[in-house]
Design a protein around this ligand. Sequence first.
Ligand SMILES: C[S@@+](CC[C@H](N)C(=O)[O-])C[C@H]1O[C@@H](n2cnc3c(N)ncnc32)[C@H](O)[C@@H]1O
Length: 216
Amino acid sequence: MLGRVRITRPARYTGGARLYDLLSGERPVYRAGRRLGIAELQLRPGARVLDVGCGTGLNFPLLLDAVGPSGALVGVDASGSMLSRARARCQSRRWSNVTLVEADAALLDAALSRSTASGLFDAALFTYSLSIIDRWQDAFAQTLCRVRPGGRIVVVDMALPVGRWRVLSPLARLACFTGGADITRAPWNLLLETTSSTTHRVVRGGHIHIGAGSRP
Ligand SMILES: C[S@@+](CC[C@H](N)C(=O)[O-])C[C@H]1O[C@@H](n2cnc3c(N)ncnc32)[C@H](O)[C@@H]1O
């Protein structure tokens, strides 16, 4: 189901949606962060989870495995093209417990209230999206308010590699430039500062950070 709201669409993720899964470096680099981040959500069967900047739905199989058929997943993205890919994924896998909402994450609260996906969530996830979303602090704050007290929030995002992996910095810069990500933003720090029971893991030579915490 798609709740429609007025938004400015991120251009890169309109034309590039068709090639995203192929060219995003998913298998060699980014899947590791996705898997670790979703484990940190500590999802149980029946849980209700929000995926902000969900893109083509690469997180969906892992999230739905964890929440099961009695759970529910809401994916929010500003790009209708990315959501079309996500919708096709849901249709081909016959997932009926996924709701897709086209919205600027900085206006999440209003968008969810207008859609069928209102109410609080058990968990929320940002994978490789907060470094891209323009008003990312607003997006984070609005997401935090939508998670029930004690619910988990995870931010998976990118930084420049460190130590001997610094030789890969030009590649990391290129990946972030191509995707429109701000590699200096370190958005997991906002999560670590504003939640409790936090964890912070770093993989892929310092390129991928996984921050997790519970809503106080
Ligand atoms: C690098 S992709 C990550 C997609 C997905 N989370 C993943 O892990 O594959 C970034 C996503 O953020 C979305 N995005 C960018 N700005 C946004 C905004 N203001 N509100 C919601 N989504 C946004 C883009 O459309 C794109 O789908």
